[in-house]
Design a protein. Structure first.
Length: 198
């Protein structure tokens, strides 16, 4: 009789332990699904934010381009602009960054939309065909021809601050060094981080 009771108690305990283990496994599985869903949602939201912020950076450049064209002296004829890298405001004015180069590339696109001819002085006289690709751009001064048809240059400075980077853009007459138009914008850090240029 005692042996039967012991066997029954043992079976009951074993069944109870099995149910608990099964419930724990289900709980872990549910937690894993919730965790994976959370990671996936976070990734998707992050991708959306990056896409939105990328648009924002282009919008800043577009707004500055509108200001530059609006402020441009309407009496100026035959404006041919070259766009150079934006530099960090320092004593030497020779240090640029990914942001400085990206701004230059964006301004090339935005300014020419207003009908202003943009001269790309980094363009070779002919296509360079190599085993790794076909190229039309170069930063090697010996490969580039001196361009006498550029009469204005668009460039500017970058001032890094607590809340972002102040971009000072200007169009300058190459011959007289007169600033014929200017624009200024503060681009917040969160916008720059989304572009990996902060």
């Amino acid at each position: 009789m005692n042996r039967k009771k012991i066997v029954i108690v043992f079976i009951f305990m074993f069944s109870l332990f099995g149910c608990m283990t099964n419930n724990e496994a289900k709980s872990e599985s549910n937690n894993s699904i919730v965790s994976n869903n959370l990671v996936e949602r976070t990734y998707i939201e992050s991708e959306k934010n990056i896409a939105i912020n990328s648009v924002l950076l282009n919008e800043y450049v577009e707004q500055m381009s509108i200001s530059l064209v609006d402020n441009l002296n309407p009496r100026i004829k035959d404006v041919k602009v070259a766009v150079t890298s934006f530099v960090e405001l320092s004593s030497r004015l020779t240090k640029t960054s990914a942001l400085g180069n990206q701004l230059a590339e964006s301004f090339i696109h935005e300014v020419q939309k207003f009908g202003i001819p943009v001269i790309d002085f980094k363009t070779l006289d002919s296509i360079k065909v190599t085993s790794s690709g076909d190229f039309i751009f170069s930063r090697n001064i010996s490969e580039l021809s001196v361009t006498n048809n550029i009469n204005y240059v668009l460039s500017g400075t970058l001032v890094y601050g607590e809340f972002g980077v102040v971009v000072n853009a200007r169009i300058i007459n190459l011959k007289t060094k007169v600033v014929v138009s200017s624009a200024r914008k503060l681009i917040p850090h969160f916008v720059l981080k989304s572009e990996n240029v902060d």
